[in-house]
Design a protein around this ligand. Structure first.
Ligand SMILES: Nc1nc2c(ncn2[C@@H]2O[C@H](COP(=O)(O)OP(=O)(O)OP(=O)(O)O)[C@@H](O)[C@H]2O)c(=O)[nH]1
Ligand SMILES: [Mg+2]
Ligand SMILES: [Zn+2]
Length: 309
């Protein structure tokens, strides 16, 4: 029997890109750039922003999603019930945005970094609002970012007020599909607006709930004039990983790798075991104590899934 190739379209379907998601419908960009509101059929795979889809035009000028095409990556988080919630599809880069005050939480950054490593997505750390740093707080921020530079991860200090770092960040993102993540109010939407072509991103719009808050409520994809796309996502206070195993947690801390062969026990978890090279590397400062603390916390979490679910 002949297999239908995934690139072959049914006669009346068109290719499209999901640029926004509203629950019961999605906004799909057609090949000519026009955007159509598309409905989902019952029991179909739920599309995510960044997904390539096949869709059909209806008489009322809306569309129906026929099929979600295979993804090259899917960034997701875990919810309180151990379920996986998708954030964005087909991303090459995850931009982890933080800003003062209070600068950032290493635990949050490290969770995103584990996700990035497991999905083989390139992470970039951005400390935005650099204009708000005085000499002392700048020094403190640099010290806390240093372990990440050493691993090495790309770290960019940016400001939409002074335009510092924007060109550097733009260079990293050129031609890529990137998702911006991080807490609310750090400047994700502002960065996208600054890098984009001034396309109306609603920053400064007052949200229905918080007085004077300009919060993004739906994930949305924007094209960059210089090529590439940026996905804006609503801010989060926490990022929970989907249910990862202890082995996967370890894979997420890539700077540990060079020490693993030195451990006394082959099944060493690098937590309490004697003769552990990872613990020794942490003690001698070759591995950051903060990164190691994040590792311990995530190992504990991975261990708890076994009993919970
Ligand atoms: N001083 C300063 N303020 C900034 C900078 N970038 C953004 N802001 C301000 O910070 C506030 C929040 O910016 P947003 O871009 O809405 O933040 P966000 O990360 O998209 O927030 P959510 O959509 O809630 O997740 C706005 O008032 C921006 O003007 C910056 O580099 N420096
Ligand atoms: Mg926003
Ligand atoms: Zn060990």
């Amino acid at each position: 029997m002949q297999k239908i190739k995934s690139t072959e379209h049914q006669p009346d379907t068109r290719p499209g890109l999901v640029i926004s998601y509203f629950g019961s419908s999605v906004a799909v960009e057609a090949e000519d750039g026009q955007v159509f509101q598309c409905h989902l059929r019952r029991n179909q795979e739920i599309p995510v922003v960044g997904d390539r889809v096949e869709w059909q035009l209806e008489a009322d000028n809306t569309g129906t999603i026929i099929r979600v095409l295979d993804r090259r990556s899917l960034l997701a988080r875990g919810d309180a019930h151990g379920k996986t919630k998708p954030i964005a599809a087909n991303v090459d880069t995850i931009v982890i945005v933080m800003a003062p005050p209070p600068i950032f939480s290493e635990y949050l950054v490290d969770r995103y970094l584990v996700a990035a490593e497991l999905l083989k997505i390139q992470p970039i750390l951005v400390l935005n609002k650099a204009d708000l740093l005085d000499d002392t707080s700048r020094q403190g921020a640099m010290e806390r970012l240093e372990p990440y530079r050493r691993i090495p991860y790309s770290v960019v200090l940016s400001s939409i007020m002074t335009a510092d770092g924007l060109q550097e960040l733009g260079g990293h993102l050129k031609g890529k599909t990137a998702v911006l993540v991080g807490p609310s109010g750090v400047g994700k939407s502002s960065i996208i607006a600054a890098l984009g072509n001034g396309e109306a991103i609603r920053i400064g719009e007052v949200s229905p709930k918080g007085a004077g808050k300009h919060t993004t409520t739906a994930t949305r994809l924007y094209h960059l004039p210089q090529g590439g796309s940026l996905i804006d996502s609503p801010g989060v206070r926490e990022f929970n990983l989907w249910q990862v195993s202890k082995k996967e947690v370890l894979q997420g801390f890539k700077e540990f790798e060079t020490f693993l062969s030195g451990c006394k026990f082959r099944d060493c978890l690098h937590v309490v075991e004697p003769g552990c090279e990872v613990q020794a590397a942490m003690m001698s400062g070759k591995i950051s104590a903060q990164r190691y603390a994040s590792y311990q916390e995530l190992i504990k979490e991975a261990d708890s899934y076994k009993n919970k679910y």
